[in-house]
Design a protein around this ligand. Sequence first.
Ligand SMILES: Nc1ncnc2c1ncn2[C@@H]1O[C@H](COP(=O)(O)OP(=O)(O)OP(=O)(O)O)[C@@H](O)[C@H]1O
Length: 699
Amino acid sequence: MQRSENIQVALRFRPLNIRETLRKDPEVWEISENSTYIKPSWTEKLQDSRKISNTKAYTYNYCFSSLDTNEDVYLNTSRKVVEASLQGYNGTIIAYGQTGSGKTYTMMGSDGAELDNVINTSQSMSDASIERHEIPKAKGIVILALEDLLKLIEENTTKSCYLSCSYLEIYNEQIFDLLADKDKITDTLILQEEKGQGFYIRGLSEHVLNSVSDVEKLIKKGEFNRHYAATAMNHHSSRSHTIFRVYVTSVSINNGAYDVGENITTESLLNFVDLAGAERVNSLQEAINPLETSVRFRVSRSPRSSPRLRSSSTRRSIDTFVNEGKHINVSLFYLCQVISKLSQKHQSPDTHIPYRNSSLTKILSTSLGGNALTCIICTATSTLSQVELTLSTLRFGGIAGSVQNVVKANIHSDKTNELLLTYQKDIEELRQRLYAYENEPKSVVVESEGIDATINTEGSDIRKVLEERIKMLTGMLFSRKLSENEPQTKELWSEGAGDLIVDTKLVGSKKLNESLNTSADFAMTRMKEMHKEKDKQQQYIEELEHKIQYLTDSKNNLTNDLKKSLQICQTETAKKMSYKQQLTMTEIQVEEKGKAIKSIVESKDKEIQILRDRVNLIENFVGLDKLSDDELERMERMYFHGLDVVKNTRFQKKYFKEIESLKSIIDRGSKNQENASERTVEGKDQQTALKISILQISN
Ligand SMILES: Nc1ncnc2c1ncn2[C@@H]1O[C@H](COP(=O)(O)OP(=O)(O)OP(=O)(O)O)[C@@H](O)[C@H]1O
């Protein structure tokens, strides 16, 4: 049966560290029930400085203050996930948050978390005072969960359970096995995809867990390997993601005895994820630059922490540091992208979830939007200096809370054979022997590079046998698919094996011969049948190989065709883009020219209208009321002047006519005069008087 479960989100503020206390960094976040918000006395200041844009409260499934302990966090958030693993439900617990906000402290406890130190560089480095902040000892969620699991397993009389674990690190997108043998610590593992089953890590070692001390030893070994690899490969352990995986397998027991009939088995996987912190480039520079007034550097609390690591961390080049930060940010960015896409899934179910972009999202694909009860613990700091990073963590938690997973218990039921039961009993016996051995006082204790090498040859032999048996049993329990495909072969084997057993009581008797003959005949027949079966299977395999070859060829052809089509598509798309650009340019030019013409036409129209108005004004006196007093006065003057001009012109014309007529009279008089030729003095006088009057008029 499957059900939908939202990812549970918890917020946890850590107490102020010594640096923040000395710096008097104020706490600006407040918690009320399961919400957090900026203290009212800070909202205005932060809004003014644009550090926050609103005063909204952020609500989660749980909120923990700096006073809450790891136990409080475990019991409220993770316990139900751990309990459900015994019913066959996968579970994932993730710690997410900015650097130094307490992810490792929450997941691995105070032993795993690193110490914060403050160096006051106003003093010289030699007498620099390193002040240690006393941190209370606390178990992390991993140990608390395994303590709980082992207790629940012990109390449960209806199930026989097996626990094993792996511990891995993702550093710069590469995967390392933290529990690998020493010569393999720096080997990178390959992440593979199994069709229909998701991603798995090839070669990741698996270790049996019987007690809390096993867990502690393995975590210590993991931490030691992590530091060792960090030194060997010049990387920084707190700048990687780690995942502690626990595999839980259970087989039902009927009335205290193993069930010979139907057998119910469950298998589940628990992931405990400690993510690297998100980085800011300026905070990286702050951490690297020795001239800063206060430099923060981190030293592992582990007594085995290599001094080489401490000095190398300060020597590391800025490039390496930024490169690591880039990988962390990129993988966290893809994690946020996956979460954000998943949160949109209920609105658009076809949304593609980009799990394949990073190793982290590939490994967590079953936990995010898949078949796992998932809980994200967002760790944060409530100080003013961290307000922006805290806000980004709060937003991440808000989105993650809306993601739904579809969870289903991994339960199998089957008829088990005697061999399986024998193995189960065998394992119990070996378990008890190992337990007894481990609780005996040890004769030789060897301290090797910080790992307690307390298990001598006998102990490790028992452990090896136990591990192999558990692996075999688990393999048998969960490889039913194969046997279901071959029912006939399985039947023959199980019946035949019983028939071939020789009963010692029959030795030397007649019955023995009969029985042996019957058994031999039976064995012959079965052998023949098996040969036939083998041939059939061989043929089947050959057919399959042919099919695989055919499919591989088709796939290659299709891939080639696809590549060619892709190339054509790319060329065509490029051409289309360039035509589109040209068209757009032409359209813009045409549009611009059209606009210019339109504006010329409009301005000409305006000029014509102005001229028309003027003509109308001059000819018909239309629009006089729109003129100002000055303009009216100018116009009045113009018209008076015009009137004068007209009057003068008329007057001139009239006198010119008179002059013309007088001239003609004179002309005629002159002719007569010539004729009369100076006959009288009076005549001459008259002529002279006429000329004088013409001259006067002309003037
Ligand atoms: N709840 C807490 N109570 C007391 N001390 C805490 C708490 N949370 C964190 N610390 C301390 O704060 C410091 C930083 O914590 P931790 O190393 O867990 O941070 P982180 O988020 O894992 O950092 P990084 O991302 O760099 O690995 C450590 O000294 C740790 O012991």
